[in-house]
Unconditional design. Sequence first.
Length: 676
Amino acid sequence: MKKDNNRILFGALIVTIMLGTIPIVTAESSSETQSYAAARRDVSINVKIVFIGINRSLVDKGYMTWNNPHYKYQSYLIPGINTNVAFMMNYDYVFVDSQFENNFVSYLSSIARLEKCSNVLWNLTYFGIDENLALNYTSFKITTLNTLYSADDVERWLTDHADGYGGLPSNGYTLIVADLSSKVPSVTAEQYNAIMKERIVEATPHYYNKTFTDPDLGIVRNRRWMTSWGGHTRLYYIDLSAGPSLVTTQLPIQLAASINNIDFHTTYGKNWLNQYASSYVYGAVYNLFTPDFIYPINYAKEYGIKIIAIDNRTSQNQPPLEKTIDTNLIKSELQKLLSFSKVEVEAKFSKITDYPGLMRIIIDSTIPSTQVPSTEPTKAVDATPVYEWLNEEGENHSRDFFNITRNIDEYDIPVFVFAFDDNYQFAFTFKEWISDPSEGERTIWGVSLYDMVLIGHSARDFDRGDMLVNEPKQPGKGYGFSNTIIHEVGHMLGLNHPFIYDPTEDFVSSVMAYYPYENTFSQFDIDALQRGLADQLIIYASSTLSETSSILVNYMSVNSARNYLRAADDRYLQMDYSGSISSAYDAATQAAQAKTLSPSFLVTSGLLIGLGAGGAVGLVAGYYLWKRKRPASASAERWMQTEKSAFQHLCPSCNQTLTLIPEYQRWYCQNCKRYV
């Protein structure tokens, strides 16, 4: 009898285990789990191309689309891995009517400002050698009568009059491509040919300009040489007929066509035009609409920008260090970028004498004064020994200044700011070079090194207005640190320069650009980072759900995760990336919770002991017994933090979940056997 009873109990246990672990499958849940199985996301990006001043008969939509980027695999450029996101481009073409074009040209004429410039250098020209085209990088001087249009005003007009080209898409980007060479003052082939023959001639180019004021020390500068602009909205405007620009060293379309003997009425001339325009489409798509990240991106509920400003000056009559950093501005601009989280900015001010060890490193890292022909002597502090002294894997003195936390609740960014004497700034060395002499910038204002930011301005930067050449001096005006800090923190968060694939996009309303000296992030920056974080969270939640069986005790979590994923995708498709992040985070949290109650997790965790108490009830009881067995106090808190953080930390190489090593606060891939 006892034997029979044991047999009955054994059979009941088998049934109980089956009831406790068999997935609860409905017609809906089976297909949904499958749909989220892919670790890679394919994302459609809509690009509306609007032509102004370009004859529609010259544009072959099919041929141009074939030339345009079809897809792009997004990357983290450092360390050189993909983000598991592939962008698929959809193009739409619109040609404005003559009334819109005439209204636009009339508006440009109403805001035009003329400026005569003498001895302006053009750095790139073309000339013939043995009937072949060659590049001439030697500079020469000309006189120009520039027509300048306010870049911000032009962007605002094109946005306000979007009805003239069918409106701005609710789920895509607008790229406006114009040729105004016959409508507004422009450099002509005749002027160019005369210049090349060294005749006296006044060229008449047009540009888009912007005036900026440094937010800290008030120097006012003009940016005159822009040929494109955008970024306040999801619109970007390129004037193919503007320039040539000293910044991009690209010729306007009328000169490019003349030099290459292009006749638009021929078959090849039409193809050339489409290829020429596609080259600019490529730059906008790669740099602005689907940019790569410089570093891996990290989601957090709060971002802390911790600044230590160290005064290394002995100069008199210099502005106080406190006036060179505007923490309110820095916080405001970063909060726009990180609208889904909280941003805190704190700054401490001190003197280099407060840190004898650091002072010694600065003194020992001063580069001997060197001079390249026709340049000022280079006065610099080598940034590498300073970084090694601060870096965690070097001498790790950064811990003397900050307690840095990096997890899903808080992500801190340390910023080390130095005010140097004279014209000393940071520089890096490479072989025999100090920085890159080919760029003409042998020193730098700042650098993002992923674990920290190093910034160094000179005493001359603070009173640069006293040293202006060819324009009125601005006594007591100069450049502070705020713009540089915002720029470098943008890099730390993952943002790239917007001109790495094409210099045209340096003309964008972004602090990440060089030329405009903007303090704000463009809409393209905001989209890039927020879309990237939404992708990261959605990929994790989707992958986790695909690996998780739905059983009685986790059914609610699985269902909740699916609902949040739907909401995340819906918001994503409407380009509400901040809202998508919120829903995707909830989806990831619910998916992670569901996985901890899945059969595979329970088996590996020893949770099936609870099944002997009778089906699902026993499973729940076993789960709570298991929870009570977890380590207490600090170790338990660390374990919970690791579990909470892990969902958004996947190895970019193998897509496996990373392990947080608490001692180093770094993520380690057990599969690849390396830190990420």
